[in-house]
Write a protein that binds this ligand. Structure first.
Ligand code: DGL
Length: 270
């Protein structure tokens, strides 16, 4: 690629605002990089939709971001990564594609000494078995215990990050995986990093939290370096946020995920 390719943005996408946890990690790890974020806020949640529908939506978003001339694509949504990563890779051709499942699976395998790992995510992510499959490819001796947690997404969007209802829900969901004496828990959904303090409390000190937002940012840094695509700082990093709807309380929720002000948000009409 030409030198100017380095100054192109990274395309990051998710079913809604949750992928901003990945953007936040990228901004911290790679402050010179420009980012175009796409959140399909009109059609969220994806985690309870069929594979065919998710593949179709994912293809549309990929094409949009490729038109923005991104130098790398990051699938920030665990549900899309679980069932539609092939669609993205097929459309992206030579543009590198990273996803939260690859990053999270690698980090979990590296972190676990007991070889007993828990994974939590949306029903579609857990039913796809994508995390367990990838971790078994990396280490066939692993034991993986998975649990769908469908109530976590609405609880996080409500802002109930440390609420008794969320705590009880977490105790209920985590009971079966904790009974398997896991030493690492993969937070396999964009929304779960916001629950990290509460989940740490419920799981106890013996369980390490694997936050795929952080590991994805680390992976992106390595890959950009390897491909000679790191921004050189000759231009200021530019952040663009594109969504399909601007729902009620979007700004508040988005800023909670991003940890800073969102600025201008563009809406595409599909
Ligand atoms: N972004 C989704 C994920 O990481 C959670 C929200 C949804 O269900 O669309 O799985």
């Amino acid at each position: 690629m030409s030198p100017s390719a380095c100054e192109r943005p990274i395309g990051v996408f998710d079913s809604g605002v949750g992928g901003l946890t990945v953007v936040r990690a990228l901004m911290e790890r790679l402050p010179l990089e420009s980012i175009v974020y796409f959140g399909d806020t009109a059609r969220v949640p994806y985690g309870v939709k069929s594979v065919a529908t998710i593949e179709h939506f994912t293809g549309q978003i990929t094409e949009f971001l490729l038109q923005c001339e991104v130098k790398m694509l990051i699938i920030a949504c665990n549900t899309m990564a679980a069932v539609a990563a092939d669609v993205v890779r097929r459309l992206a051709c030579e543009v590198p594609v990273l996803d939260v499942i690859e990053a999270g699976a690698r980090a979990a395998v590296a972190s676990s000494s007991s070889r007993r790992i828990g994974v939590i995510g949306t029903p579609t992510t857990i039913n796809s078995n994508a995390y367990a499959r990838r971790m078994h490819e990396l280490d066939p001796s692993l034991r993986v215990y998975s649990q769908a947690c469908p109530l976590f997404v609405p609880l996080v969007e409500e802002g109930w990050l440390d609420h008794p209802v969320t705590r009880l829900t977490a105790q209920e969901y985590l009971r079966p995986v904790l009974a398997e004496e896991i030493d690492s828990l993969v937070l396999g959904c964009t929304h779960y990093p916001l629950l990290k303090p509460l989940l740490r409390d419920v799981a106890g000190p013996g369980v390490r939290m694997i936050d795929s937002a952080l590991t994805t940012a680390e992976f992106a840094a390595e890959r950009l370096q390897r491909e000679g695509l790191l921004a050189d700082g000759s231009r200021r990093a530019d952040y663009r946020y594109v969504v399909t709807d601007v729902p009620l309380r979007f700004q508040t929720i988005g800023e909670r995920f991003l940890g800073r002000s969102l600025g201008v948000v563009e809406r595409v009409d599909w």
